[in-house]
Design a protein around this ligand. Structure first.
Ligand SMILES: Cc1cc2nc3c(=O)[nH]c(=O)nc-3n(C[C@H](O)[C@H](O)[C@H](O)COP(=O)(O)O)c2cc1C
Length: 355
């Protein structure tokens, strides 16, 4: 029987060879938001990995929207130029399509690198910057409270997303994924735990979704109609009183009206005390519910490690795509194809390694 995981998929005019995506993964290796040789190597290896789609790490639309000072950005001409080299390399040698995850860290910014100071917030003498969020509510103990964005601030952030999308279009990215998950700025608007606003951007679910939906719509407006645009969501905060899967279904339905092409269904990241029931495919159920209830295509992610597991997720219609970190095994797609007796793409230089 033909593999579902290795069947092609189409989003608008984008043809994907199979259902495997390399998940966005921060590399903390940029300088002033500029991509470096590390990105050439990191993204380059995935361009020949057999995965159909590779999504860049969370790429900040404003310098204050970086998680750490090593985050990739797309807010300056220099940032754009540095990425142009990466995209050319990726497309010259690889067969995968490349998407960009546009992001803003909100209150979870101004951090050190994970391997320097444990990713903790920078001190004032270490180049800390002031973060922004829907409300002046700190992420947790020892994390400075952000500034609450006023209406001008919201307009500025939205403009930054739009300008980054225009740059992404000029660069020839194939897809945009808006980051509204893992406790970053857009998620901070969604969740009542971080959004304490009393204006039209806070309070009810409709109000809390307003800013993320406005940003989605504004970006969709400048992103070419033939190219797909999706969004990453934390289906739940894994915390009492927080964002829930029921909210995510409503969010997905609203996004669908705004011509969202898929939802990448992840979870958590908003508050330190979250209780995540980790286990194989622990978030796949959320993808399945969103796909069924909102009628939106989904990407499932989170501890999807075996070929059989991924095949079952796609063949049973729980998701349209699966995303994997793949840092440990960048050739996972090849290995999965081998196991499932399916075909993946190999660069001609490597063909003789095919089992
Ligand atoms: C080093 C690292 C960096 C990550 N950075 C991002 C990111 O920039 N954006 C994002 O949405 N998720 C990020 N994630 C989460 C992954 O995209 C993925 O959802 C997560 O690793 C779960 O998938 P897995 O079980 O296959 O690893 C990161 C994960 C890792 C390990």
């Amino acid at each position: 029987m033909k593999s579902a995981l290795f069947s092609p998929f189409r989003l608008r005019d984008l043809n994907l060879d199979n259902r495997i995506a390399v998940s966005p993964m921060c590399q903390y290796s940029a300088v002033d938001g500029n991509a470096t040789d590390w990105h050439l190597m990191h993204l380059g290896q995935y361009s020949v990995s057999g995965a159909a789609l590779v999504v860049t790490e969370a790429t900040a639309v404003e310098s204050r929207g970086r998680i750490s000072y090593g985050d990739l950005g797309l807010y300056s001409d220099d940032n754009e130029q540095s990425l142009a080299r990466i995209i050319k390399f990726f497309k010259d040698y690889g067969s995968a399509k490349i998407g960009i995850q546009l992001a803003h860290s909100g209150r979870k910014g101004s951090d050190n690198l994970p391997w320097k100071g444990n990713g903790k917030p920078l001190g004032v003498n270490e180049g800390a910057w002031k973060t922004v969020a829907p409300s002046a509510v700190s992420f947790g103990e020892g994390v400075p409270a952000p500034w609450a964005l006023d209406l001008n601030g919201l307009a500025e952030v939205k403009k930054a997303f739009v300008e980054a999308a225009v740059r992404a279009s000029r660069l020839g990215f194939d897809l945009i994924e808006l980051h509204s998950a893992h406790g970053y700025l857009l998620h901070q608007f969604l969740s009542p735990l971080s959004n304490r606003r009393t204006d039209e951007y806070g309070g009810t679910l409709t109000n809390r979704m307003r800013f993320p939906l406005e940003v989605f719509s504004a970006v969709r407006g400048v992103w070419p109609a033939k190219k797909p645009m999706g969004i990453r969501v934390s289906a739940t905060d894994y915390y009492p009183g927080g964002w829930t899967i029921t909210d995510s279904i409503v969010y997905a339905s609203e996004l669908k009206k705004l011509e969202c092409d898929y939802m990448d269904v992840s979870g958590g990241g908003l508050v330190p005390g979250q209780q995540i029931p980790l286990g194989p495919g622990y978030q796949v159920g959320y993808s399945e519910i969103i796909k069924k209830e909102a009628g939106l295509a989904t990407m499932a992610v989170g501890m999807i490690t075996t070929a059989g597991q991924a095949e079952e997720i796609i063949s049973s219609g729980k998701a349209d795509m699966v995303a994997r970190g793949m840092l440990y095994d960048p050739r996972w797609a090849w290995h999965a194809a081998g196991e499932l007796k399916a075909e993946a793409k190999y660069p001609p230089q490597y063909l003789r390694c095919k089992p």
